[in-house]
Design a protein around this ligand. Sequence first.
Ligand code: FE2
Length: 288
Amino acid sequence: TGLGKNKERLLEQLSRHGAILFRGLPVNTDSDFDRVIQSFGLKNFTYAESLSNAVRRNRTERVFTANEAPASVSIFLHHEMAQTPVYPSKLFFYCEQAARSGGATPLCRSDILLQELAKQAPEFVAACEEKGVRYSNVMPDIDDPESGQGRSWRSTLSTDNKTAAEDKLRKLGYEWKWLEQDSLRVTTAVLPAIKETENGRQVFFNQLIAAFRGWKDARNATEKPIRFGDDSAISKEAMAKAIQIGDELSFDMLWQSGDVVLVDNFLVMHGRRPFEGQRRVLASLIAD
Ligand code: FE2
């Protein structure tokens, strides 16, 4: 598959539309998918180096399972790793096996969401712009595949040593607290909630929707996962608006086995609908 031969044109279309579906290619295995990605000659963004909360398993150097969270768990709209200071610019998805039912990947244009939100909740958008946001979550001591954000602090911070973990957090500007059973509560530095893309579009580039709706598990139940950068509260009403607009604008990518989708991580949010049966969607992240 020589998709990469059309790289310039495809990347131009991607930055205009936000996502491209490739259907009917002879992509039958994870290594076929790896070759498609390689043909683009873009820089890989590794899971090991990322601060992603999700538990994943690598298939090849570039390709990993999208999220090990159980079938019944919804993964809400988000920009990949927008809750951390380092994030990929693009994502490749590959459907190795479509679910028996459900399992679509909702895709939502973040620029259009922001435009709508600015009309319906202008004070909220202004506060996002001025204050930025901070995210808090509790990481377990060992990976918890039952949770959508079950990645252990050992894996997230690439160390088994608590002092080294603290050093890494300090460098990233995070605050932290050790909790029971060696779980670790972290709060990020202030991160922007709105970003401008290279071609000048304003996007709702953050993790507010997914964190507000979805960061709930055995360890993350009581404390609020999101706040403005000055530690003031983000209202439920404002979040309800953002969620509603996101739901209205979402396009459901209904997978067929063999599909490859390229997503612009700055322009488009993605999620995962619950499903029944086996669903194997693989992913790969691009750094540039
Ligand atoms: Fe994701």
